[in-house]
Design a protein around this ligand. Structure first.
Ligand code: ADP
Length: 508
């Protein structure tokens, strides 16, 4: 049976939506992908059109099935992974969003967040939810919609509006939507990014929801990451169970087979996200990391993670391409960087959305420092790549300090890990091996695993671990003095970006 059936994963990402079909060995059978519009109504605002996202989801499901010549009978289950924190609010009677999705990178909620923090400061809810108050998370975005979209508050109080991250939006539509009683559910990993879930009980915290003015009737039911939530209806997958949901970074952790306490992965995409599996223990961070749910398989105990989120890494390469026009394609940055031996003294701190982990400074803005007449395009290209590696070092140091057990190697994935210059520098600056797996599509694979485990397509963790294979390993090749000199300079560069944004800048 395993030869004839497959798992379909939907990856609803920040820039695109993809559907991927996987076989029992974890290999990709087919892929379809469509990008969606990035809407920037004002500086700092980032939105997506929810209707476009749902239409693209349907398109890529059809595309991936037809490319592999499959139909719903060949699909044992569907898994969903998604951009986390991005908030959708829609009318359950019509299926119409009341506003665009407010994306995780959006900083419009700064004033809301400051007001919520009040005298208690940004760590007001940290003990309960594992997160500092920041514009990043969903709860304040929902609060913004209820406070700013005409009629939204009344409808919400009447019980007509639903909230979800994009996992919930896709699931609700897949399982029937307004006409066919779609299921309104999320999983523990997505819920742990809202600032509304108690990490211990894995249920909504009514007092935080009340502080944010969010009626409980809007919130989806929280379920595990691996169980049958409902069946697709109608459409090409009619009758197929949807059986796995994991936020994208947790899905990548699962897809990298980081299933044991103490294992970690780092994903290099638009931003960077390092997750360390801390087992059944919920480790509070003293060093600027987030405590989050890593996954929960069916009725097993939840597994937690420490996470270091970095807002800008690959998107700095895009910025150099699109705004400076120094390169035509992201891959050209490597050749340019390789035209020089070192950074020539230049350091680029890409604090475009402030600084996330481990600093959490919304008042920071980007800076290119250490410039002299000597510095050329090659040095700047190197500084761009090195920025990703230095930011990762900051997060790794915080992880080692929080967990008390230094990491001995780092599994990597994401769009930037094809860059060998970056990977070698990363190993050099961390002082530990950096390891890339054979299947690069770890995010979609993780969601497929969660769905497949729920329906018995895969039996257990061992099936997943056996599917993981090493593609390439980079070993540190820099002496300690040089490593520490470069890192010391980086830290000095970071201090130059702080305290830039003044209070009088309007963030409404
Ligand atoms: P996401 O899933 O966050 O959309 P991906 O994992 O697809 O991102 O990675 C895309 C990112 O990787 C882009 O920001 C791009 O600039 C960067 N990137 C792609 N190729 C390279 C390369 N060869 N060197 C450095 N960065 C790259």
């Amino acid at each position: 049976m395993a030869d004839k059936t497959y798992i379909l994963a939907i990856d609803q990402g920040t820039t695109s939506t993809r559907a991927m079909v996987f076989d029992h060995s974890g290999s990709v059978v087919s892929v379809d992908q469509v990008e969606h519009e990035q809407i920037f109504p004002k500086a700092g605002w980032v939105e997506h059109n929810g209707i476009e996202i749902w239409e693209n989801t349907r398109k890529v499901i059809g595309g991936a099935l037809s490319k592999a010549n499959l139909n719903s009978k060949n699909i044992a289950a569907v898994g969903i992974t998604n951009q986390r924190e991005t908030a959708m609010v829609w009318d359950k009677n019509t299926g119409e969003p009341v506003y665009n999705a407010i994306v995780w990178q959006d900083t419009r909620t700064q004033k809301i967040v400051d007001k919520l923090a009040g005298d208690a400061g940004p760590d007001k809810y940290k003990e309960t939810v594992g997160l500092p108050l920041a514009t990043y998370f969903s709860g304040p975005k929902v609060m913004w919609i209820l406070e700013n979209v005409e009629g939204a508050r009344e409808k919400a109080e009447a019980g007509d509006l639903l909230f979800g991250n994009t996992d919930t939006w896709v699931l609700w539509n897949l399982t029937g939507g307004a006409e066919n009683d779609g299921v309104h559910v999320t999983d523990v990993t997505n819920a742990s990014r809202t600032m509304l879930m108690d990490l211990e009980t894995l249920s909504w915290d009514e007092s935080i929801a009340s502080d944010m003015g969010i009626p409980m009737s809007m919130l989806p039911e929280i379920k595990s990451s691996s169980e049958v939530y409902g069946e697709c209806k109608p459409g090409v997958l009619n009758g197929t169970p949807v059986a796995g949901i994991l936020g994208d970074q947790q899905a990548a952790t699962f897809g990298q087979a980081c299933l044991e306490k103490g294992t970690a992965k780092n994903t290099y995409g638009t931003g960077n996200f390092m997750l360390l599996n801390t087992g059944e223990e919920k480790v509070p961070s003293e060093n600027g990391l987030l405590t989050t749910v890593c996954y929960k398989i069916g009725d097993q105990k939840p597994v937690y993670a420490l996470e270091g989120s970095i807002a800008v890494t690959g998107s700095l390469v895009q910025w150099v391409r699109d705004n400076l026009k120094m390169i035509k394609d992201a891959s050209e940055i490597e050749e340019l960087a390789a035209s020089v031996d070192d950074n020539g003294g230049a350091y680029f701190v890409p604090a475009f959305s402030g600084l996330f982990a481990p600093h959490w400074r919304s008042d920071a803005r980007g800076a290119l420092v250490g410039l002299t007449r000597y510095v050329n395009r090659g040095h700047i290209a190197r500084a761009v790549l090195e920025a990703t590696a230095f930011q990762t070092r900051e997060v790794l140091d915080a992880m080692n300090a929080d967990s008390g057990v230094p990491l001995t190697e780092l599994k990597v994935d994401g769009g930037m890990v094809v860059n060998e210059t970056l990977m070698q520098f990363q190993a050099d600056i961390l002082g530990v091996d950096v390891v890339r797996p054979k299947v690069a599509e770890t995010t979609a694979l993780g969601a497929a695993y969660a769905a497949g485990l729920a329906v018995g397509y895969w039996e257990n963790d061992e099936d997943i671990t056996n599917n993981w294979g090493e593609d390439k390993r980079w070993t540190p090749n820099m002496d300690d003095d040089e490593r520490e000199r470069l890192y010391r300079n980086w830290k000095k560069a970071v201090t130059k970006t702080l305290d830039w944004v003044d209070d009088d800048v309007d963030s409404d």
